[in-house]
Design a protein around this ligand. Structure first.
Ligand code: CP
Length: 308
């Protein structure tokens, strides 16, 4: 397979296993490129990409921007905070105005689930979903799976537990789709109030005891409590959450094996993960960030329809 089966990257749900493998093999090549003294290739020299961020971001925004620059694309950046969206302009009008400046691809983060899919049906450009509300964050899941593959050689057969606020997490849903397509076994762990009721229909087992989940897994993916998406209390206090679902060094060292610790960021140190775990040898958090650039280069390159 040398071409993706999709026109846009809206979610992992729409991808086939072969798409994932193609993205990873392409990212392998780009990872070599970004570790060379000259980190740039001319692959997207004739492509213009608009990065539209209607919601805050550090990692994803910078990672896409760097990936685009490494591929020699022309880029424009838009953030809703200082834009005419505040004056009542619709999403389609905003994007069509940007596209009339001859833009080929749009990378968009938006607080509303389905925003990227909606856009793909109404504008003439390739759309990359950089996170749509609590729905999907496909490039995060791709870089996470790529990092597990890099660590273990294969994702197939690995036991991965996703811990924390599953209910409000686009990272969790995209990772469940991605890891299962690649043959991993996935469990979720957290207070039942933060686990969606439909989760078992996705073939995911729920564990409420963190130590039990950690004993089972090869990889623990720790998630942040998304207070910005919570309009009511889902647990008594952050202190109690940390006591039951926070990963600290004592708990990590009490296991009879060396598991791998991941986190998509941003980290709330001392809540879901302590500093000595986040900064430990078992953590691959910064490898995830590094791999994000190579994986996003692969996604943009493949969607642009370029041949290697
Ligand atoms: N992991 C992630 O999406 O981080 P940002 O919100 O900083 O982009």
């Amino acid at each position: 397979m040398s071409k993706l089966s999709v026109e846009h990257l809206l979610g992992i749900k729409h991808l086939q296993k072969e798409d994932l493998e193609l993205i990873f093999s392409t990212a392998d090549n780009f990872k070599q490129v970004i570790n060379r003294p000259i980190k740039k290739v001319p692959s997207l020299r004739d492509i213009t990409i608009a990065n539209l961020f209607f919601e805050n971001s550090t990692r994803t925004k910078l990672s896409f921007e760097l990936a685009e620059k490494r591929l020699s694309a022309d880029i424009i950046n838009f953030s809703s905070a200082n834009s005419s969206v505040k004056k009542g302009e619709t999403l389609i009008d905003t994007v069509n105005n940007i596209l009339s400046m001859k833009v080929d691809m749009v990378v968009m983060r938006h607080p509303n689930p389905g925003a990227a899919e909606f856009l793909s049906k109404h504008v003439d450009a390739k759309i990359v979903n950089a996170g749509d509300g609590a729905h999907e964050h496909p490039t995060q899941a791709l870089l996470d799976a790529f990092s597990i593959r890099e660590k273990y050689g294969d994702v197939n057969g690995k036991n991965v537990v996703i811990v924390g606020d599953i209910l409000h997490s686009r990272v969790a849903l995209s990772n469940i789709f991605c890891l299962q397509k690649l043959g991993a076994n996935v469990k979720v762990c957290g207070p039942l109030t933060l686990i969606p009721k439909h989760i078992k229909t996705l073939g995911v087992e729920v564990v409420t005891n963190l130590k039990e989940a950690l004993k089972w897994c090869d990889v623990a993916m720790m998630l942040r409590i998304q207070l910005e998406r919570q309009d009511m209390k889902f647990f008594p206090s952050l202190r109690e959450y940390s006591m039951l679902y926070g990963l600290d060094k004592q708990l990590l060292d009490s296991l009879d094996k060396q598991i791998t610790v991941m986190h998509p960021g941003p980290i709330n140190r001392g809540v879901e993960i302590t500093s000595d775990v986040a900064d430990s040898k078992q953590s691959i958090i910064l490898n995830q960030v590094e791999n994000g650039v190579a994986v996003r280069m692969a996604v943009l390159y493949l969607l642009a329809g370029k041949k290697e």
